[in-house]
Design a protein around this ligand. Structure first.
Ligand code: PRX
Length: 567
């Protein structure tokens, strides 16, 4: 049994107020996440403790104590204020996993800005959509990503501060560009952290749906209460841990558990800004004696491909606890991890919208490989009948995963899109958009998504964005993007395309289309395969039946298409 206490007892006695008190949240009217992730840790006497050890792809290492985190985030906050960023302005972070990304995140929050982290691999079209929707005022960016912004900035009238964090000293800033070097700017020892209320927006993370543009899930400062307590109880983070979250802060895991949770607990975390590589990862964990590791199923499957022999070359005896998120964690991966590392990966289920873990394999709880576990204490979860939206009471029956609203890290809305936000609630439940069943011991088993969103390597890709990009090609009449099975990434994108009259399918045509969309989409969203078809199956009302195309790819029974037709 873990020191954390039994799951059942915790579940029964839990209330959010206790977590809030433990974090001293709201002390002296302070609710700002930025304070709890840096100043508070220093005030507790841990200013000298390392908060971040960063290693770049060339092997360069940088170390930041909690006092460094406090001072550098102050410096960024002050700089942003001085350049005219106001409370409530959206400030995008568009960088690889460099230290400025982590420290900038805290700095933006400290001055009352709303952080909008975006995955730096996004193409210009994806970037444009998200900056345009959020009416983003400033972007903090590495020079290597600057060309993408330069190509779209004329269409973004609100984007008036393009802050380049690593410009060459001799470079001349173009219009609206400002050069800022975190380490060369005079350090700001004392900064008046803006006293926002607990409900004030803190972070916007964009996530893809089936229809329409990506939606900005908007979180509030009090989300930290949930991120703090789940980091403590589920990731089981303890004072002496060396923690590694492999997620990029362009996605929610990388901020909730790659910044806020661990830093609210004052834990030392390590970051590797060098992509994937099995032995590279093992060497990294050996070097820093990583004890807690939070990763994702695609990475685990890639490690599995390299075999246990690769693991055994390294001393990974420091590993104490492993957890995973983002996609279904197959039972084989759980069993393999026990053989390889002597520990099982603990699956956790949640979403951008929920801001923190919802269904988890709580340490100490019996693990059933392949199951997502049980609701975190403080979370009421069930599966609902797809038609009546009533909870399903018979074990093993598949329904919609639904959560009772009321936990601190739930999104407060979709940015500028209250209608879509409201549509996610039925009968007082928040509907996650996934299907699962619950067994007779209360364990949740993931079945699949309830919409057409593609989950490739743990990243959600909306078919609409891909199809819109394809439709801009002169030869494309209509298209549908669906997920097709892939042994490592779970799904990859496949596009079905019907060409306009006068255009013929060919290898050259495929290449031409691929080249055309490459710049527009992120590598994740790029179709791995294109199939030309004379026309696409549609409902009577003219909607493309992606589910039918998907079912064929997965070799599934298509069943009664009349329900699809009425969609
Ligand atoms: O479909 C579920 C899948 O990822 C979706 C959420 O994706 P996103 O908002 O990008 O956030 C990912 C990181 C929190 C869910 O609706 N998903 C997430 N975790 C799991 C999962 N599917 C199966 N098992 C999981 N543990």
């Amino acid at each position: 049994m873990s020191h954390i206490g039994s799951y059942e007892e915790r579940y029964k006695s839990f209330n959010w107020k206790q977590s809030e008190e433990e974090l001293e949240y709201g002390k002296n009217g302070m609710y700002n996440i930025g304070y709890y992730c840096s100043d508070r840790i220093c005030e507790k006497g841990n200013g000298k403790k390392l908060g971040l050890i960063w290693e770049g792809f060339t092997g360069e290492v940088k170390k930041y104590s909690y006092n460094d985190i406090r001072v550098y985030s102050n410096t960024i906050a002050k700089f942003l204020q001085d350049t005219g960023i106001n409370v409530g302005d959206r400030v995008c972070l568009f960088m690889d996993k460099v230290p400025e990304l982590y420290l900038g995140f805290i700095g933006i929050l400290k001055m009352g800005g709303i952080t909008q982290p975006l995955f730096s691999a996004f193409g210009e079209e994806a970037l444009f959509t998200r900056l345009d929707d959020a009416k983003t005022k400033a972007i903090m960016i590495q020079k290597k990503h600057l060309p993408k912004v330069r190509r779209i900035k004329d269409k973004l009238p609100d984007l008036t501060k393009i802050i380049v964090i690593d410009a060459d000293e001799a470079a001349t800033p173009q219009i609206n560009e400002i050069h800022f070097w975190m380490e060369k700017t005079p350090k700001v020892e004392k900064f008046d952290i803006v006293k926002v209320g607990p409900e004030v927006p803190s972070v916007i993370h964009y996530t893809s749906g089936t229809t329409g543009k990506p939606k900005g899930a908007q979180h509030a400062h009090s989300s930290i209460i949930a991120q703090y307590i789940t980091s403590k109880w589920v990731l089981d983070l303890q004072t002496d841990d060396i923690y590694w979250c492999t997620a990029d802060p362009g996605w929610v895991t990388g901020t909730s558990y790659g910044i806020i949770g661990p830093w609210a607990l004052g834990v030392t975390q390590v970051v590797l800004d060098a992509g994937f590589g099995a032995e590279k990862w093992y060497a990294f964990m050996q070097k820093y004696k990583v004890s807690m590791w939070y990763s994702a199923p695609t990475a685990i499957r890639l490690l599995m491909k390299e075999g246990i022999e690769a693991v055994k070359k390294y001393d990974l005896s420091s590993l104490r606890h492993l957890a995973s998120v983002g996609e279904p964690l197959n039972a084989e991966a759980v069993v393999w991890s026990e053989k390889a590392f002597g520990k099982m990966f603990h699956d956790t289920y949640w979403q951008t919208e929920t801001g923190a873990m919802m269904i988890t394999n709580y340490p100490g709880m019996k693990i059933k490989p392949g199951s997502m576990g049980k609701p975190f204490p403080g979370i009421t979860a069930t599966v609902l009948n797809t038609k009546t939206y009533e909870p399903i009471t018979s074990p093993g029956m598949v329904g919609l995963i639904a959560l009772k609203p009321g936990w601190p890290s739930m999104m407060r809305s979709y940015w500028n899109n209250k209608t879509t936000y409201d549509s996610k609630f039925k009968n007082g439940w928040y509907i996650c958009g996934d299907r699962a069943s619950i067994d007779n011991e209360g364990y949740f088993w993931f079945v699949g998504r309830d919409d057409d969103v593609i989950n490739t390597a743990g990243h959600l890709v909306g078919p609409f964005e891909i199809e819109s990009a394809l439709l801009e090609h002169k030869a494309v009449a209509e298209s549908a993007a669906v997920g097709k099975p892939d042994p490592v990434n779970m799904e990859v994108v496949k596009a079905f395309i019907a060409l306009k009259p006068g255009f013929e399918p060919s290898g050259d045509m495929e290449l031409d289309i691929m080249n055309f969309i490459r710049k527009k989409l992120s590598p994740l969203a790029m179709p791995q395969e294109i199939e030309f078809v004379p026309s696409l199956p549609k409902t009577r009302s003219g909607k493309i039946m992606r589910r039918l195309l998907r079912a064929k790819e997965w070799g599934e029974e298509i069943g009664d298409t009349s329900t699809l037709e009425n969609d």
